[in-house]
Structure formats: structure tokens, C-alpha cells
Design a binder for this molecule. Structure first.
Ligand code: NAD
Length: 501
């Protein structure tokens, strides 16, 4: 057994997930750090998945009657457990998803933050009172729990995405059945163990939180089950295009958080030092494997050479290696297919006339992990490869002459998740955020495209799927709205002045 495998087992033990492995399991759990096998797990069958959904449905029927502020106590317990186990869960994220230590811990902090938000929200779920045209009547809205929420998540935020959905869903009175990525099952089982312990402390019904182990076939069980009124799916646009029509075919709801192809415009007035810092973090953080990773820089022709030279210099100092080393800034790609995608995109960009500024090759690190030198490619135009999301640290540079051209290039891609402008010109900044500016769900000024806070609604437009999770009024996704009209008069006036009898 490797050191990483031994450490993983100790962490799982401390998190209450015991030993989840079975020698004849059909799924191999690997660490991208060195490609080593951590153990084997057995997938749930379709019948087992269906049974877990049924148990969640029963738990929901009890849970929905618990007052929301009392439901908040469960999420408070979960947040407390996450605080207590932050180091272990963060390390497990690093081991399983390859994030550097600080980003692994940051992901757990994000879970803690959403729990805090949800606990407060449990005393704030509210509807409107609306003016009625009928005398002696009152009209209002109520928000009721929805049912079993299905959560499908991607490998790159193996725990935070579940918590964004689950913390809100639990206070809203729902049950949650989670189908995590088959590449990051251990972190999911660890979260489930913490959720189970929080449930024991808060006295919640058995089965309120469940995890389905398996690949997309198990996900499809969740997608097709009519007992699941909402499927919240995070992953590639390809996955969303498969999931959304299936959920719609049974008239269920879907909340989609799909791929991005995020850009930053760098204007002539930009503070270049700040822009370089923002660009480098967004483009190479998590080895370019965030949905919000920066993939395109659209720079004004007058400052292009200066910016590219600064970026090249910054890229050449990046430390690439094991994410468990405190000095590392760039960890591994998740697996070989991610590496193949990176290699292919770099070659295609060059075939399209792009000039490789730096990086673009495999970095040698001990073990069988897939590490790369983050790449910058200077492109003569926005070709098809630039318009596609390559889930790796590959940054394209495009050049513009006026802001209209920059906005056209910016909005020309199919995805619409995150965006940024670096400028000190208030007219440019406001135009970028205006109706004729960025068409993304997130539009930042003098900040990179990644690293959102949980207080705002998170998500994007176009092929990113249109969903919003996390803060603001995203909680409404997890509830159903009822409009109630009460007549406290002795008459029965009809709306629209209709006379009847
Ligand atoms: P993926 O689409 O390969 O898999 C995501 C999840 O969907 C996995 O759990 C997988 O088993 C499941 N799945 C795949 N096909 C399915 C189907 N037909 N039915 C049911 N389930 C199915 O994505 P990935 O490689 O794990 O993650 C990377 C992608 O996720 C990138 O495109 C990234 O931009 C996106 N992402 C988006 C967000 C966001 O918030 N917008 C966040 C994280 C990741």
C-alpha cells in the first residue's frame, strides 16, 4: 500500500467513513497525485439506487413538517463537523481531486460558509403579500418544501457543489440524494458520514441524505425517477444536454451548472500588475480545472506585448508538483484523458496559427500522475478550439482594437459562466457590466474569473445551463410556490369583474 493510500484510510477512519473498499469492486479509486490505486468500490445497482430514493422520499415526508428554523439545527451541526474536520476533509480533496492544500481547505471553507448562510436562511424563508383587487380578501405566497432533490456533481469541486445544494435543500425541507463523480467517491462518502453524524445529533429522519455510488448509469436512475422533482446537475455541457431533456420528458425541473469558457478583457488603462495576478490565479489555479477558470485573455493591442511578457515571466516561476507540498502552485490533471485533451488542444491551436508563448508540455513529477506546464497561446483569431472548453491550464491570448470588438470576441462563445474586465476607466467597467456588455452569469471588474463567494447567486447563461446556486435567492429552486387567496368578507366578488348568477 502506498503512503497516500495509507493516509487516505486513516483520514476516512477519522471522518467516520470507515473502510469503504471491497476487493472485487467494479470502480477503481485513484489519486491523481501519483496515479496510485486507493482501493476499489462497488457501484449501487439500479434497484439499490431506487430503494435509496424511496427512503429519501419517506424521510422527506417527515422532514417537511419540521419547522424551518429547527431544520437549520441540522445544517448547523453539519457546519460544526466540517469546522472540526476541515484539515482532514481538505486533505482528502487534495488526495482525490489533486487540489493544492490551500485550495482543498478553501473548498471545505466554502462548505462551512454555505452552512452558515443556510442556517440564517432557515429563519428567513419568506413569501410576498400581494395587493388584491377584491375587497375583504388577502393574497399571499407561501414557499413549501419540494421533495427529494437529486444532486449530480463533477470531479473538480467534489464536496462544495454538494454542500451548495444540500445545505439549502435541507433547510428548505427537502431530502437529498447525491450522485458524485465516479472519480471522487471517497470525499463524497466522507461527506455522507459527516451528514449522518450531524443527522444523529439533530435527530433527523433516516435516509434524508444519501449517496449513490456509480457512474452515469446510476445517475440516469436519479434523472429518470419521478419521485425526484428537481435534478441539480453540475458537469460538462455534454452531460447537461443529456440530462435536461430526460428530466423535462417527465416534466421535472433541472438546475444546470455546466461548462464555461471564461474571458478577461484587459483594457489600456488596466493596472497591469494587478491584472497579471488575477489572470495567473484564474488561469492556472486548480491546474485550470475550475468551471470558472480563465481560458481567454482579450487584450488591447497597445499593451499586448507588455502583458504577454509579464504573463510569460509569471508562468515560468510556477512551481508544479505534488499538491501536498506547501510550495506547489500547480498540481496534477485529474487523469490521462484530461492530459490528452490538453495536448490535443495545444496542437490544434498551433495548427490554427497560434504561437506557443510558454508551457504546453508534460512536466515530469515522480509517480504516474499527469502534470503539465501551463500554456499560453497567442492566437491570430478566435478559432473553434478557442471556443471550446479545454479543462486544463491553457490560456489563449486574443487582441482587440476597440471595446466593441472586445465585447464581440468575449460573447462569441457558446458558454456564459464567468467574465472579467481589468480597467480603471469607469465607462468601460460599467459598459462591461451593462446590458450590452458581458453575457455571463458572473461579470467582475478588476478581479479574475474564478473564486466566487457563496453570498451571490452562482451560475451562467447559454450552454452553461442557466442555473443559479448558492446565495441570493437561489434557495427558491429548492421549494415550490403556492399562491393563497383568503376571503374574509361576506361577499364573493369574482376577479376581473366577472358576474356569475
Ligand atoms: P462530467 O460531465 O463528465 O460528469 C459530471 C457528473 O455527471 C458525473 O457525476 C457523471 O457521472 C455524471 N453524468 C455524466 N453523464 C451523465 C448522464 N447522462 N446522466 C446522469 N449523470 C451523468 O464532468 P466532469 O469531467 O466531472 O467535470 C468537468 C466539467 O464540469 C467541466 O465542463 C466544468 O466546467 C463543469 N463544471 C461546471 C460547474 C459549474 O458550476 N458551472 C462546476 C464544476 C464543474
Amino acid at each position: 500500500m502506498t503512503d497516500i493510500a495509507t493516509r487516505t484510510q486513516q483520514i476516512l477512519e477519522r471522518l467516520g467513513a470507515g473502510d469503504p473498499f471491497t476487493a472485487d469492486g467494479d470502480l477503481v479509486s485513484r489519486s491523481p497525485i501519483d496515479g496510485s490505486e486507493l482501493g476499489r468500490l462497488r457501484s449501487h445497482t439500479a434497484d439499490e439506487a431506487s430503494e435509496l430514493i424511496g427512503r429519501a422520499q419517506q424521510a422527506f415526508e417527515q422532514w417537511r413538517t419540521v419547522p424551518a428554523p429547527v431544520r437549520g439545527q441540522y445544517v448547523r451541526e453539519l457546519g460544526n463537523l466540517l469546522r472540526e474536520h476541515k484539515d482532514d476533509l481538505g486533505a482528502l480533496v487534495s488526495i482525490e481531486a489533486g487540489k493544492i492544500v490551500s485550495e482543498g481547505l478553501g473548498e471545505v471553507q466554502e462548505m462551512i460558509d454555505i452552512c452558515d448562510l443556510a442556517v440564517g436562511l432557515s429563519r428567513q424563508l419568506h413569501g410576498l403579500t400581494i395587493a388584491t383587487e377584491r375587497p375583504g380578501h388577502r393574497m399571499m405566497e407561501q414557499w413549501h418544501p419540494l421533495g427529494v432533490v437529486g444532486v449530480i456533481s463533477a470531479f473538480n469541486f467534489p464536496v462544495a457543489v454538494w454542500s451548495w445544494n444540500a445545505a439549502l435543500a435541507f433547510v428548505c425541507g427537502d431530502a437529498v440524494v447525491w450522485k458524485p463523480s465516479e472519480k471522487t467517491l471517497l470525499t463524497a462518502l466522507a461527506c455522507q458520514a459527516l451528514a449522518a453524524e450531524a443527522g444523529r445529533r439533530a435527530g433527523v429522519p433516516e435516509g434524508l441524505s444519501a449517496v449513490l455510488v456509480g457512474d452515469r448509469t446510476v445517475g440516469e436512475v436519479l434523472v429518470d425517477d419521478p419521485r425526484v422533482p428537481l435534478v441539480s446537475a453540475t458537469g460538462s455541457t455534454r452531460m447537461g444536454k443529456e440530462v435536461a431533456p430526460r428530466v423535462a420528458a417527465r416534466l421535472g425541473r433541472s438546475l444546470l451548472e455546466l461548462g464555461g469558457n471564461n474571458a478577461a478583457i484587459v483594457a489600456p488603462s488596466a493596472d497591469l500588475e494587478l491584472a497579471v495576478r488575477g489572470i495567473v490565479f484564474s488561469a492556472v489555479g486548480t491546474a485550470g480545472q475550475r468551471c470558472t477558470s480563465l481560458r481567454r485573455v482579450i487584450v488591447h493591442e497597445s499593451i499586448k506585448d507588455d502583458l504577454v511578457a509579464r504573463l510569460r515571466a509569471a508562468y515560468e516561476t510556477l512551481s508544479i508538483g505534488s499538491p501536498l507540498e506547501s510550495s506547489t502552485l500547480v498540481g496534477p490533471l485529474i487523469d490521462e484523458s484530461a492530459y490528452a485533451g490538453f495536448e490535443k488542444a495545444v496542437a490544434q491551436a498551433q495548427a490554427d496559427g497560434g504561437e506557443l508563448v510558454t508551457g504546453g508540455t508534460r512536466a515530469e513529477v515522480d509517480g504516474d500522475g499527469f502534470y503539465v506546464r501551463p500554456a499560453i497561446v497567442d492566437m491570430p483569431k478566435q478559432t473553434e478550439i478557442v471556443k471550446a472548453e479545454t479543462f486544463a491550464p491553457l490560456l489563449y491570448v486574443l487582441t482587440y482594437t476597440d471595446l466593441d470588438e472586445a465585447m464581440r470576441l468575449h460573447n462569441e462563445v457558446a458558454q456564459g459562466l464567468s467574465s472579467a474586465i481589468f480597467t480603471l476607466d469607469v465607462r468601460e467597467a460599467e459598459t462591461f457590466m451593462s446590458v450590452v456588455g458581458s453575457d455571463c452569469g458572473i461579470a467582475n471588474v478588476n478581479i479574475g474569473t474564478s473564486g466566487a463567494e457563496i453570498g451571490g447567486a452562482f451560475g451562467g447563461e447559454k450552454e452553461t445551463g442557466g442555473g443559479r446556486e448558492s446565495g441570493s435567492d437561489a434557495w427558491r429552486n429548492y421549494m415550490r410556490r403556492a399562491t393563497n387567496t383568503v376571503n374574509y368578507s361576506t361577499e364573493l366578488p369574482l376577479a376581473q369583474g366577472v358576474e356569475f348568477g
